[in-house]
Write a protein that binds this ligand. Structure first.
Ligand SMILES: NC(=O)c1ccc[n+]([C@@H]2O[C@H](COP(=O)([O-])OP(=O)(O)OC[C@H]3O[C@@H](n4cnc5c(N)ncnc54)[C@H](OP(=O)(O)O)[C@@H]3O)[C@@H](O)[C@H]2O)c1
Length: 326
């Protein structure tokens, strides 16, 4: 009810008041601001696309399942050359037997493997001089647990993949991306914009990805590389981020039966909430890679999370905490 009350004044907000010019992306009409309230929060109006897609290559980290898998298939169907995870990766991607679906062994936590992946990609590009068009830093893991009961090892394990993996892979591939004046797309999360109880190990990594992406975007403006951030909402039911076994294993590592049962039940509710059986959000990643005017941030999420994120990030904590946390 509160969400309905708060969304009405926003809908009535003067169109002229928000019609301003974005120096990076040109005119951004009011329609784009309103869309999250009027239709699916992931919807965007589509600007013109880059040309010669067939000669452009994109590397996606973490393609075995979830968002990465859907995006790899989607971009491949559009004509891109895709580099995805090799041996042990998705059988479905391997079985495509397409010369545009190329495998590369890439554990984002292993510097040597990342360096080898750079060599492999640069030597197998049709025209290495043109470089790599896109890097999608999608690989990620998640966990939950209250600060007091979460070990430092857990914090470091999540950061190693989500944050340092993103930094390591980006640094390594940036020279190739620069050559093509290409795109870096970093998969963050709505949890990279607002904190949540029992999510600190995950949130801090995604806040880090946001900061890293902003700094990189400023630095890359002159060389002509565009950097976008995708902040998905809750798509857990459609990906492997939290399997039931993983939830139980995480809880078992923490405290006592009561805490265990409470956390399992909370996380099961969260995982069932707002079921997204389809991963529509590949559209945002597609837009970030193919549009001539990609946005800085994309928000594929439903109304509830979109509104909650706006309130948590724009209103004083005294109000937003009362609404959503306590
Ligand atoms: N699902 C959601 O609701 C949601 C919401 C917001 C943001 N996200 C973000 O979206 C991204 C994709 O997650 P997902 O939901 O699609 O989950 P997912 O199905 O579990 O996919 C994650 C992928 O990352 C790979 N990965 C994990 N560790 C890796 C490493 N060290 N090196 C290379 N690849 C690694 C996994 O491969 P293996 O299985 O082989 O390890 C898997 O293919 C993540 O960054 C996640 O934080 C997800």
């Amino acid at each position: 009810m509160l969400a309905t009350k708060l969304s009405r004044p926003l809908l009535n907000f003067s169109v002229k008041a928000l019609n301003f010019k974005d120096p990076g992306n040109g005119l951004r009409p009011m329609q784009r601001f309103c869309l999250p309230l009027l239709s699916s929060c992931g919807s965007r109006s589509y600007a013109s696309e880059v040309d010669q897609i067939g000669s452009r290559a994109v590397l996606i980290t973490g393609c075995d399942s979830g968002f990465g898998f859907v995006l790899a298939k989607h971009l491949h169907a559009k004509g891109f050359v895709i580099y995805d995870k090799g041996e042990g990766g998705s059988k479905e991607l391997d079985s495509m037997n397409s010369d545009r679906m190329r495998t590369v062994q890439l554990n984002v936590c292993d510097s040597k493997e990342v360096d080898r992946a750079v060599e492999h990609v640069s030597s197998s590009l049709e025209d290495p001089e043109k470089g790599l068009w896109g890097l999608v830093n999608n690989a990620g893991i998640s966990t939950f647990g209250e600060v007091e009961f979460t070990s430092m090892d857990t914090y470091m394990e999540v950061a190693e993949v989500n944050l340092w993996g993103t930094v390591r892979t980006t640094k390594a591939f940036l020279p190739l991306i620069r050559r093509s004046k290409g795109r870096v797309v970093n998969i963050s999360s709505m949890m990279g914009r607002m904190g949540s109880p029992a999510r600190s190990p995950y949130c801090i990594t995604k806040f880090g990805v946001e900061a890293f992406s902003d700094c990189l975007r400023y630095e890359m403006q002159a060389p002509g590389v565009m950097v976008s951030i995708v902040e998905p909402g809750n798509f857990i039911a459609a990906t492997n981020l939290y399997s039931p076994e993983r939830i139980k294993a995480i809880c078992a590592k923490t405290m006592g039966r009561k805490y265990f049962d409470e956390q399992v039940s909370k996380m099961e509710t969260y995982c069932k909430q707002r079921l997204h059986r389809h991963l529509a959000s590949h559209r945002e990643r597609d837009h970030a890679l193919t549009s001539t005017t990609p946005y800085t941030r994309y928000h594929p999420m439903d109304y509830y999370w979109w509104l909650r994120m706006q309130i948590m990030t724009h209103m004083p904590a005294a109000i937003s905490d009362r609404l959503y946390v306590y």
